[in-house]
Design a protein around this ligand. Sequence first.
Ligand code: ZN
Ligand code: MN
Length: 149
Amino acid sequence: MVTERRGFVRHTKQREVILSVLRGTDTHPSADWVYQEVRKVLPNISLGTIYRNLGILVDSGEALELAFSNTSSRFDGNPENHYHFVCEQCGNVYDLDFPVDRELNGKAQAVSGHKVISHRLEFYGTCKNCESVPRDSNPTGEDVDVQAN
Ligand code: ZN
Ligand code: MN
């Protein structure tokens, strides 16, 4: 829960490190990945503290949480609405570099009668990296996901 008012978030040292880790990657990491990175700077931090601070950053509009039904949430240090592509092979999440179509809100409002304020959009398929690697061509059995960097 957030006890601080939007726009008046007091940044703790922990939260600053978490936000800089998040802004330092474009891989849309899980909370666990953020935890591993933040621990390199703050070895005593707990996973619970990571989750709590990620929640505060999301609630205060400084980060986005991308919730998916089939996997744990991914976090994005870019809080502006933007579209994503999700690879169904490796699970990587990529930014899509084209503008948010605000007319969609009006269309959705026109057909539904609901007051539509925003929308979230993800595209799904196979990413460039996975397309270039034929399936079942990974004799080591290791995960070909190279998200960690
Ligand atoms: Zn992929
Ligand atoms: Mn993004």
